[in-house]
Ligand binder design. Structure first.
Ligand SMILES: CC(=O)SCCNC(=O)CCNC(=O)[C@H](O)C(C)(C)COP(=O)(O)OP(=O)(O)OC[C@H]1O[C@@H](n2cnc3c(N)ncnc32)[C@H](O)[C@@H]1OP(=O)(O)O
Ligand SMILES: CC(=O)C(=O)O
Length: 480
């Protein structure tokens, strides 16, 4: 991340209500120093911290960035002391004490941290912490650097360390997928702070995730963390966009599917009470519930979708629609709103002419031209010609179509996703879009060997669906 990205994330963390922002390691690079200084000088409520090694030169670098505090890390396992640092236990304690005193003399808050603490001799570690407190350390930290803690051991260690005369943080890595569980166990046993990262990003398999730790404490232990939970999802999206690190769809709390339901049995239960299949309300973390259709759909979910479409169906028609949805699901397809509408139209024998039809599309792209598209469409039988430019040929084609229908249907493209269904450069692609007009949102699909045509098909399907929904809404209002 560059300075702008780091600053935006720091702003998000500060608004979320975190106590300390570790803004980076000041000794890393000039760019990192500029970013840390900018964050430190931004007047955030949170304490701004820099990671430092047990070296006075690192303290000087952090001081030049105007930080409030340092996360002063000292290797404490024999493996790290002897093999990595080529030192011994006594000299490590001396380094910790000397650099803590140096940092305190220069006005910094010091969090003295044991690196690889979970593989260290715990008596030696306790002695080092005590020496650090005597040298002025304000807080301590215990790093499970390679993620080998388990919750029982974390609880056992922290029930002893929490007797020391300084608050102590838990810092967990996720190599075995245990970071959240270990963090929560340490907090329950007396740790007073937790080091966490948004979306669980971090070295190797990452660190304990902020959203998981916060929501586990809030929902499972009824602990008020002081975090503005409703802003968690927005910050997760910001971090993902700014780092380019995609969040897995099934990631707890912030994954695309964390509040999405497809299974018919689940949707049936949810309709009676959302608590049946949701351990927390999606709104609590800034999310919305989504019900999608696929081969696991049941009558209850399809009936719900029909009601949302404003269609009333008989029990027999409902069964037919469910069967066709499952047939599509069996072919490995997600069922878009447009797919469902066309299934319902077939079963209910409804014949609708699409409002928008593509007549012609020409796209020019290459290394010496701005991608440009021209379209001829029929809009309710009237010919419209338009052109558009874009960052690429797909963008240009979609912009041209949106211009051709503007004034009649002002649609937004909220999400665009393309999958190669088969391999190779002649792959069959499937394009999936989420489109919106005013506050209505729908999904649509297009497929083919030509990525531009598949994209245009998906977008035109979506536009037709949105225009039809609007027409039906107007008709309902007139009737009422
Ligand atoms: C677990 C964690 O440490 S999480 C934080 C990790 N953060 C970073 O690594 C920040 C990014 N790192 C960097 O930009 C570079 O590694 C720098 C600028 C810090 C150092 O670069 P270099 O001087 O080229 O050293 P290099 O990275 O090869 O090796 C690290 C050096 O730090 C020493 N070191 C490592 N940890 C510590 C520590 N906690 N205290 C004191 N010295 C340490 C190593 O022994 C090694 O010293 P040596 O070069 O005298 O053998
Ligand atoms: C400091 C750190 O990231 C660790 O030891 O895990």
């Amino acid at each position: 991340m560059g300075m702008d990205e780091k600053l935006a994330i720091a702003q998000g963390l500060d608004s979320l209500g975190v106590d300390v922002i570790e803004a980076g390691s000041a000794m890393t690079s000039e760019g990192e120093r500029l970013a840390i200084k900018k964050i430190a000088d931004s007047g955030f409520k949170a304490e701004i911290c820099s990671y430092v090694r047990a070296l006075t030169a690192d303290i000087d670098t952090a001081l030049a960035c105007d930080v409030d505090s340092v996360h002063l890390v000292v290797p404490v396992s024999d493996l790290h002391i002897q093999i990595k640092l080529k030192a011994d236990r006594e000299s490590v304690v001396r380094m910790a004490v000397d650099v803590t005193e140096y940092a305190k003399d220069h006005g910094l808050i010091v969090e003295l941290s044991g690196e690889d603490a979970s593989r260290a001799d715990q008596d030696f570690l306790a002695g080092l912490y005590t020496a650090g407190i005597e040298a002025g350390a304000d807080r301590l930290a215990f790093c499970d650097t390679v993620g080998v803690l388990v919750p029982e051991v974390a609880a056992d260690i922290f029930s002893r360390l929490s007797r020391l005369e300084a608050p102590i943080s838990i810092h967990c890595h996720n190599d075995f997928g245990m970071a959240t569980a270990n963090t929560v166990a340490a907090l329950r046993a007396g740790a007073s702070q937790a080091h966490v990262t948004v979306n669980g990003i971090g070295e190797r398999a990452g660190n304990a995730s902020l959203e998981e730790v916060v929501m586990a404490l809030e929902s499972l232990y009824q602990i008020d963390t002081g975090i503005r939970c409703k802003d968690i999802y927005q910050l997760s999206r910001t971090v993902s966009q700014m780092t380019g690190l995609l969040v897995a769809p099934n990631k707890a709390i912030v994954g695309e599917n964390a509040f999405t339901h497809e299974a018919g049995i689940h949707v049936h239960g949810l309709l009676a009470d959302t608590k049946t299949y949701e351990p927390m309300q999606p709104e609590n973390v800034g999310r919305k519930r989504r019900i999608v259709l696929g081969k696991h759909a049941g009558r209850a979910s399809v009936e719900l979708a029909m009601r949302e479409f404003g269609l009333s169906v008989t029990s027999q028609q409902l069964n037919q629609i469910v069967t066709r949805v499952k047939e599509l699901g069996d072919k490995g397809k997600r069922v878009s709103d447009v797919d469902l509408q066309s299934i319902a139209d077939t079963v209910l024998s409804i014949q609708m002419e699409p409002k928008v039809k593509l007549e012609e599309l020409t796209v020019v792209a290459g290394n010496t031209v701005t991608p440009t598209a021209s379209v001829k469409i029929l809009l309710a039988g009237n010919e419209r010609l338009e052109a558009g430019v874009g960052v690429g040929p797909v963008d240009a084609a979609i912009n041209a179509i949106r211009r051709a229908i503007s004034g009649v249907a002002d649609v937004r493209l909220d999400e665009y996703h393309v999958d190669a269904v088969t391999g190779g450069t002649n792959a069959l692609v499937e394009v999936w879009v989420t489109m919106a007009m005013a506050d209505r949102k729908i999904t649509a699909r297009g497929a083919g060997a030509d990525i531009i045509m598949a994209s245009v098909e998906a977008v035109i399907n979506g536009i037709n669906r949105l225009m039809r929904l609007e027409e039906e809404e107007i008709a309902r209002c007139r009737k009422a």
